[in-house]
Design a protein around this ligand. Structure first.
Ligand SMILES: O=C(O)CCC(=O)c1ccccc1C(=O)O
Ligand SMILES: [Mg+2]
Length: 368
């Protein structure tokens, strides 16, 4: 497989509704798509799941664009590869910038699967035909808005509901959701908004029978997460803390949490994601696939990785229509009865709607 051409697309897509977390509100999604082409003109696609501002992670769309055009694309262009695992090795000398690396890694994986006539899920070793999915609901000013959204998503069949929390919008919000919906699988995500000083508030959450508390403390705080986990009955799930296999290994060893949220971008691509999956499988650690408000391309990659056996819990890969008036893939992703079918066509298994994509592309750069 020779990487003969690479295209970068800077995207600006407006979501149907604003999405609020403890770190801020987004409605316009500024992200990057990458297309890698081989000598026969077959395209592999990947998504760089950045945002305009470095609030979730240190990368942001302009930094990833620069990283891609200045360092990563020149490394990959015209390379002859036997296997997509080589991309992770190729990028290793450059530190971090995992979202940028992951976009190219994912595109090469898609191209590899397509040239071998197999689905991306199969190329990764995934066996599931359908995956279980939940939905992530943003912070709302009005509790009634949240309650009606929980009702709607539960009725749509999502297998678990995740609600975002932050200091001041936590215990009472969860109490009200739990009172109204005593039996639904429910979890919360704090996006690093707390410190160990908040241990009493976090302990109060133990009374609500939550599946887990996602990322209560800041990234890098594996030791404090381990201390916190000892005081909580509810499982801690790590998101922002896990950037690599080594992070996952150390978190498991320290007892920093009992569950891992896998985001392919955050760990630098599918090769590393698979390695972390295999580690969690050996260590009996439950995991699920997180989301970054992706377009259909990133969503397709999430579906493929979730086909692996140790994604034991429902992920955040909701229907395209939860986010977009019109997605940029055909068909769109549909969650029905809380499941998404894993496509069995070659590569990501969805057709990229290039015409629709170009409507939202604010910049394109070709490398040949
Ligand atoms: O629906 C999705 O794609 C997941 C939404 C979500 O929770 C999220 C969205 C953007 C950044 C971080 C997170 C998160 O999981 O913490
Ligand atoms: Mg999270």
């Amino acid at each position: 497989m020779k990487i003969d051409e690479i295209n970068l697309y800077k995207m600006n897509m407006k979501m149907k509704n604003p999405f609020t977390t403890s770190f801020g509100t987004q409605q316009e999604r500024l992200f990057i798509l990458v297309e890698v082409k081989n000598e026969e003109g077959i395209s592999g696609w990947g998504e760089c799941v950045t945002a305009e501002l470095p609030l979730y992670i240190e990368e942001f769309t302009d930094s990833s664009w620069l990283m891609l055009e200045k360092f990563l694309v020149p490394l990959l262009l015209k390379k002859e590869l036997d296997h997509p695992d080589e991309v992770h090795e190729l990028f290793r000398p450059y530190k971090r910038n995992h979202l940028a690396k992951s976009a190219l890694d994912g595109a090469v994986w898609d191209l590899y699967a397509k040239t071998n006539g197999i689905s991306l899920a199969e190329a990764l070793g995934g066996e599931k035909r359908a995956i279980d999915v939940g939905v992530s609901l943003g912070i709302k000013d009005d509790i009634e808005d949240l309650l009606s959204e929980v009702k709607e998503k539960t009725e749509e069949g999502y297998k678990r509901i995740k609600i975002k929390i932050k200091p001041g919008k936590d215990v009472e919000v969860v109490r009200q959701v739990r009172e109204r919906f005593p039996d639904i699988p429910l979890m919360v995500d704090a996006n690093s908004a707390y410190t160990l000083d908040d241990i009493d508030v976090l302990k109060e959450l133990d009374q609500f029978n939550l599946m887990m508390i996602e990322q209560p403390l800041t990234a890098g705080d594996l030791i404090d997460h381990a201390k916190l986990q000892k005081h909580l009955e509810t499982a801690i799930c790590l998101d922002e803390s896990i950037h690599s296999y080594e992070d996952a290994r150390q978190a498991i060893e320290l007892g920093s949490g009992r569950i891992i949220n896998m985001k392919v971008g955050r760990v630098g691509g599918l090769t590393e994601a698979k390695k972390i999956h295999d580690l969690c499988q050996r260590e009996n650690i439950d995991m699920w696939c997180g989301g970054m408000l992706e377009s259909g391309i990133g969503r397709a990659h999430n579906i493929a990785i979730t086909a692996l056996a140790n994604f034991t819990l429902p992920g955040d890969t909701a229907s395209s229509s939860r986010y977009w008036e019109k997605d940029i893939i055909k068909p769109e992703v549909v969650a029905a009865g809380g499941q998404v079918q894993v496509p069995d066509g070659p590569g990501i298994g969805y057709e990229v709607d290039v015409e629709e994509l170009l409507k939202h592309a604010v910049e394109k750069k070709q490398f040949v």
